[in-house]
Design a protein around this ligand. Sequence first.
Ligand code: FES
Ligand SMILES: [Fe+2]
Length: 443
Amino acid sequence: MTTASESDQLTRVGPGTVMGRLMREYWIPALLSSEIVRGGAPLRLMLLGEKLIAFRDSTGRVGVMDHRCPHRCASLFLGRNEDGGLRCIYHGWKFDVTGRCLDMPNVQPQQDFKHKVSAKAYRSIERAGLVWVYMGARAEPPPLPGFEILDVPDDEVGALFIQRNCNYLQALEGDIDTSHFGFLHAGHVEADELDNKDPIYHTVAIRAPEYHIADAAWGTSYAGHRSAGAGRTSWRVGNFMFPFWTQVPNGELSQHVQVRGWVPLDDEHTMYCVLWWKRGASAMNQGDPTYKDGTPIAGMGRRNDFLPNTTDWLGRWRLAANASNDWGINRAAQRDDAIYSGIDSIHLQDQAVTESMGAILDHTFEHLSPSDQMITRTRRRLLMAARALCDNGVPPPGAENVEVFRDARGGYFVSDASEWQAAYAAQLAAASRPPAAGLRTAK
Ligand code: FES
Ligand SMILES: [Fe+2]
C-alpha cells in the first residue's frame, strides 16, 4: 500500500518538493507552438505549480518566464509585445526571451541598473509542434528525451492537448492499468460480436488477464497476456517512462510510435499531451472501432468536445463534459448496456473515472489487487528515483542518458512465444522505424 507520506511525496510537484525536483530534471512539453504567434499576446501558463507566461517575440523566438515582472511584480501577462521583447505596462521595463532587461525607462540614465536585473526565464525549444521547457537547475540543460517520436519530422507528428482536473499520478496510472479496458471502455462488447483479428477481441474474451511486470531502463514495463488459442498468446504491452510519460497498447506494436505525457500544471490539474506518428499504427490515425458487421461500437468514439480556451491559468484545452455535468453520463445507456459506463468516448471515460477520485486521491483509502502490480511498481520506482536525487544527487533514469527511451514501445500483438521479453524483442527487431531527423539537441 501507499502510505500518506509516500502519497504526499508522489503527488506534490511545486518548487522544493521531492517529485517537483525530479520533474525539473527533464524537458517538459508546455504548449503547442501554434498557441503563441509572433508579436502576439502572451499566454498564461501554469506548469509544476508555477505561474508562467509564454510569448513569441517579434523575431519568432519563444520566451517562457515567471509571470511577475522582477521590478514590482506586475504581471507580464499584461505586457506589450514590442520589437525584440516584452515590455511591462507598469513602469515600462522591457525583457527579451532570455529574461535580460533591455530597457528601464522610468529610471534616470545614471541610475539605470538594467544589466543587474533579469526576469526569471526558462530555456525553451520547439520540436514536434510543441514548445518544451527546461525548469531545472543545470547550467546546461540535457538533450530532449530520446523518444522515437522525436525522430519523426515535425509534419508527421500528431499532437493533442487535453486538460484533466486531477493530480498527474492518478491520470497517468489509468494508462498502466490495463484490466480496466474490458470494463470501462468495452464492458458492453462481447467477443462473438467482433472479428477475431480485432485488437479488442482478446480483451473482452478474457477480461481478467495475467501480467508480467518489470523495471526497465526508462521506468517500468508491463505485459498483459491472454491465451489466444492453439499455443498462441495475445500480448498488450505498455510502459511508464520517467518522469510522467506512458505508452499504451492502442496500436500494433511493430508500427506504433507514440508517447503520452501527463504534465502536472499544479497538484490538482494535469495536461494530457499525446504525440503520435501519423504514418504509424496509432489508434489516433484510425476510424472508430466497429463490430464485425461494420456497425460502430457505441461509446468507443474518439471525438473530444472542447470548451473555448480562455486566458485563465487553467483555461486551456478543457473538455465540455466535466464534473459539473457528471461527464454527460447517460443512465439509460448504462442501464441498457448500450454503453457499459454510460459515458461516450474513450478519453472521456478515462477522464471521468480519474477525476471522480478527487483532485488528489486519498491513497490510504485504496485496496490494490494483483491486477495493480504495475501501479505499485511504478510508484516505487518514482519514489526511489526522487529520493535518490534529493538525498544523494543521483540523476534519475533518462535525465542524462536520454537514449534509454529509444527502445520503448507500447502495443499489442499475438505471437507463438510464451516468454514476453523475447516476444517483445522479436517485435522490436521487425518494427517499422520512423526516419531519423536528428534534431534532438537542445539550444
Ligand atoms: S512592475 Fe514591471 S516595470 Fe515596474
Ligand atoms: Fe482507459
